[in-house]
Design a protein around this ligand. Structure first.
Ligand SMILES: Cc1cc2nc3c(=O)[nH]c(=O)nc-3n(C[C@H](O)[C@H](O)[C@H](O)COP(=O)(O)O)c2cc1C
Length: 152
C-alpha cells in the first residue's frame, strides 16, 4: 500500500466550543475507519496536533478538507512522509487530552509545555505515539464527562 503519514498543528478556533471536539472525534472515528485512516488527535484548550496515516489519496483528500474546517485556524503542516508501517494502527482516531496526566511525557519533549508550533518537528510523531500509547485506552473525557476513548 502507498502509505503516508501527515502531521499538522492548529489553533482551536474561538468560534468553536468544547462540544465541537467531541463531534470531531466521533465523526473522525467513523469516517477514518471507512477510509483506512488511523491516527491521533492531541488537544489542549489552545492547540490541536493531529497525525493521520493511511493511503496517500485518502490522507491528502482528508487533509484538504480539514484545512478549511472553521473549528480551527492557522493549520501548519509539520511533516508529510512515506511510511513503512503504521504507528497508530490501533486507532481510527485516538484522542489524547493534553493535561496533567501526560505532563511527564510532555516534559521530555518540550520545555515550554504543549505548543506544537515550537516543539521539535522531528520529534512530534514520537511524542504523539507515546501519549497515545499511554493515554488513549485508559479513558477520559473530551468535555462534560463523555467518554470518547477506545480503539476500533
Ligand atoms: C482538528 C480537526 C481534526 C479533524 N480530524 C478529522 C479526521 O481525522 N477525520 C475526519 O473525517 N474529519 C476530521 N475533521 C473534520 C473535517 O474537517 C470534516 O468536517 C469532516 O471530515 C466532514 O467532512 P464532510 O462533511 O465533507 O464529509 C477534523 C476537524 C478538525 C477541526
Amino acid at each position: 500500500m502507498d502509505l503516508v503519514r501527515l502531521i499538522y498543528a492548529s489553533r482551536f478556533s474561538r468560534k468553536a466550543g468544547p462540544e465541537d471536539v467531541q463531534k470531531i472525534v466521533d465523526l473522525s472515528r467513523e469516517k477514518n475507519r471507512r477510509l483506512g485512516i488511523t491516527g491521533v488527535l492531541c488537544f489542549d484548550p489552545r492547540y490541536f496536533l493531529q497525525c493521520l496515516e493511511g493511503p496517500s489519496e485518502a490522507v491528502n483528500e482528508l487533509y484538504n478538507r480539514i484545512i478549511f474546517d472553521y473549528r480551527h485556524t492557522g493549520v501548519r503542516l509539520i511533516s508529510y512522509e512515506k511510511a513503512d508501517r503504521r504507528r497508530f494502527e490501533k486507532w481510527s482516531m485516538a484522542y489524547v487530552r493534553i493535561d496533567e496526566k501526560v505532563k511527564p511525557i510532555l516534559e521530555r519533549y518540550s520545555a515550554n509545555g504543549f505548543d506544537p508550533y515550537s516543539m521539535d518537528p522531528a520529534q512530534l510523531v514520537d511524542f504523539a505515539a507515546e501519549v497515545a500509547e499511554a493515554r488513549a485506552e485508559k479513558g477520559t473525557s473530551v468535555a462534560g464527562g463523555t467518554v470518547v476513548w477506545g480503539s476500533r
